[in-house]
Design a protein around this ligand. Structure first.
Ligand code: A3P
Length: 287
């Protein structure tokens, strides 16, 4: 399969060449947003697919048809991917996804002020999920040992760059952007409350059947069986199911099963250095 071993460097960040070219990355930075667009922004492994599924149901007003018949990458295409189709022809409101850092999109966003949903996750759980994903995804470099991978994660030298820079960048644009923040942990703790908040942000009224549909179809168990999101449609040369599962555990706090005490301390020191008091806005457990 194409370009599995290629890496593209853009904005000082490494991207898998299997999914991106310089042209596709450049096109994303110049993307002609519309005010009606809804852009989901995440750092990898933060629950992107879960939020894509929830937004699909909000968009379809609870109708399961799109989620059961169309792959997630076609429902909420990636701005920066090679394979994002003809977004100009997609009816409004367009649902879009990106992993790009804020500085790469700032100019394009400022022109149209689309609605931006930023989803963050406890970075220790992101690192765990990312480590396992790198083992099965043949378009990422070998992650090495877990400790080696976490060090690269802390140094910001993994693909898609520094988690800290990503979060700080997207937190910094609160004033000038039409942005709403969510966490993976909040989705776990209060899915219904998150759906209400999402609907309020998107200007959509919540019907009782929507909450019920999201509860049923966006659960981990249900999504794990849905071929439109569980990556079983992707050839095994690209995502190797013998080396792991995309829908792996779907829990908060799995980092406790992977981090040694010294590694956890090193991580917390970096978290504090990078985010300082901003880190307190996230209700996730770093200890
Ligand atoms: P784990 O590897 O910790 O299980 P992304 O979509 O950004 O790549 O994130 C993938 C992570 O989100 C994986 O985490 C995956 O299991 C989890 N996930 C996907 N759907 C979920 C759901 N419905 N409920 C909980 N976690 C979910």
């Amino acid at each position: 399969m194409a370009r599995l071993a290629v890496t593209e460097t853009f904005f000082g960040i490494q991207f898998p060449g299997h999914l991106h070219t310089q042209d596709s990355l450049q096109a994303a930075t110049n993307f002609p947003f519309r005010p009606s667009d809804v852009l989901l922004v995440t750092y990898p492994k933060s629950g992107t697919t879960w939020m894509q599924e929830i937004l699909t149901f909000i968009h379809s007003e609870g109708d399961p048809e799109p989620a059961k018949t169309t792959p997630n990458w076609a429902r909420l295409p990636w701005l920066e991917h090679l394979y994002n189709g003809t977004l100009a022809e997609t009816p409004e409101p367009r649902l879009l996804t990106t992993h790009l850092p804020y500085p790469a999109l700032a100019e394009a966003l400022a022109k149209a002020k689309p609605k931006v949903i930023y989803l963050a996750r406890n970075p220790k759980d992101v690192a765990v999920s990312y480590y396992h994903f790198c083992q099965m995804a043949n378009f990422f470099p070998d992650p090495g040992s877990f400790e080696e991978f976490v060090q690269k994660f802390l140094d910001g030298t993994v693909h898609y760059g520094s988690w800290f820079e990503h979060v700080k960048g997207w937190l910094s644009c609160q004033e000038e952007s039409n942005i709403s923040y969510f966490t993976y942990e909040e989705l776990h703790q209060d899915l219904e409350g998150c759906v209400e908040r999402l609907c309020a942000f998107l200007g959509i009224s919540v019907k009782p059947e929507l909450a019920e549909a999201v509860r049923t179809h966006c659960s981990f168990a249900s999504m794990r069986e849905n071929a439109m999101v569980n990556t079983t449609l992707i050839p095994k040369e690209i995502l190797d199911p013998s080396k792991g599962q995309f829908m792996r555990k779907g829990i908060a706090g799995d980092w406790k099963n992977h981090f040694s005490a010294p590694l956890s301390d090193r991580f917390n020191t970096k978290f504090q250095e990078e985010l300082g008091s901003q880190g307190q806005r996230f209700r996730w457990a770093m200890d």
